[in-house]
Design a protein around this ligand. Structure first.
Ligand code: BV8
Length: 256
């Protein structure tokens, strides 16, 4: 299918849903997860984005997140984010992202579904704290405080402003379940008639499984990526190219 054909399908789509991965932010200077630049010191993201890594060495994990926050704070949405933001307003396009860089948000995208959280959201690790007013020997409750902190640099290791316990990134790590509401929203968005996976290696589940949900819903499926991925053989249309180039070309075709 040519780009013109894909543009025609986008124009006709009653429900367009896009799943984005790190490749959409590559042009903004955000390292992808599995690309060569995705290594930090000698660690792979998969080694650090786990509850076990945080228990073993919270300071190391916080240094990695602080370094990513510092990099992303200096990045800006690129033309791929800008086109998707406009489509979210003009075409009701639902954007489901695996990215934690908030660049879709900063581009003004409406109702982004952030499956894996945000670099700027933190939550308490949940020390047991006495409920207010109970006697000291009273039943302690776990602190579940969550907050956003956009200060740069973040004082490390950050602590909960409510109970003083160690804070963690409010990000979904490998081996952790996604927020049920986000999964439901994403699966609802996958019940569409055109589903496009953009800039994702389609390796991480349950996000990658949305493509199968879309196919089961009868959607035409497409993938935009400079390289082949496990999704390439599962979609109806593969467009080989970079998101920041392909999306503006599609947008131009839609405007003509
Ligand atoms: C869970 C936050 C239940 C961290 C991330 C089957 C079912 C359920 C679970 C599993 C399963 N199989 C395996 C699992 C476990 C695991 C998993 O999927 N593992 C993988 C590695 C096999 N899944 C989980 O643990 C999930 N939890 O399922 O809960 C459960 C509970 C207990 C036990 C078991 C199950 C949680 C997954 C969430 C992990 N957290 N992010 C952080 O960011 O700090 S995922 C992480 O990978 C990032 O969010 C990243 O976005 C995501 C996916 O990677 P991509 O975005 O695709 O990025 P990548 O670098 O890989 O690829 C970039 C692509 O862009 C490339 O293809 C490249 O060619 C392309 N590209 C480059 N430049 C451009 C471009 N494309 C376009 N334009 C360009 N310019």
């Amino acid at each position: 299918m040519s780009l013109l054909d894909l543009a025609a399908r986008i124009a006709r789509a009653a429900r367009l849903t896009v799943l984005t991965g790190a490749g959409v932010s590559a042009a903004s200077g955000v390292p992808t997860f599995r690309g060569a630049e995705g290594l930090w010191r000698r660690f792979r993201p998969e080694d650090l984005a786990t509850p076990g890594a945080f228990v073993r060495d919270p300071r190391l994990v916080w240094e990695w997140y602080a370094s990513r926050r510092a990099v992303v704070a200096g990045c800006h949405p690129n033309p791929a984010h800008e086109v998707l933001a406009r489509w979210s307003h003009e075409r009701g396009c639902r954007v489901v992202t695996q990215n934690v860089d908030d660049l879709h948000l900063r581009a003004g995208t409406r109702d982004v579904i952030r499956l894996h959280g945000s670099l700027w959201d933190l939550r308490c690790t949940g020390a047991a704290v006495p409920a207010p007013g109970t006697p000291v020997r009273g039943r302690a409750t776990r602190c579940v405080h969550a907050w956003r902190d956009e200060h740069e640099p973040l004082p490390l290791p950050p602590t909960c402003p409510r109970c003083g316990a160690l804070a963690r990134p409010a990000i979904v790590w490998f081996g952790e379940s996604l927020d049920e509401a986000d999964v439901v929203a994403a699966r609802n968005a996958a019940a569409c008639d055109l589903f496009i996976a953009i800039g994702t290696s389609a390796i991480v589940y349950p996000a990658a499984g949305l493509l199968d949900d879309a196919r089961r819903a009868g959607a035409v499926t497409a993938a935009i990526n400079p390289e082949a991925t496990p999704a390439s053989s599962r979609v109806d249309v593969t467009v080989q190219g970079r998101a920041e180039e392909i999306l503006p070309r599609l947008d131009l075709l839609l405007a003509s």
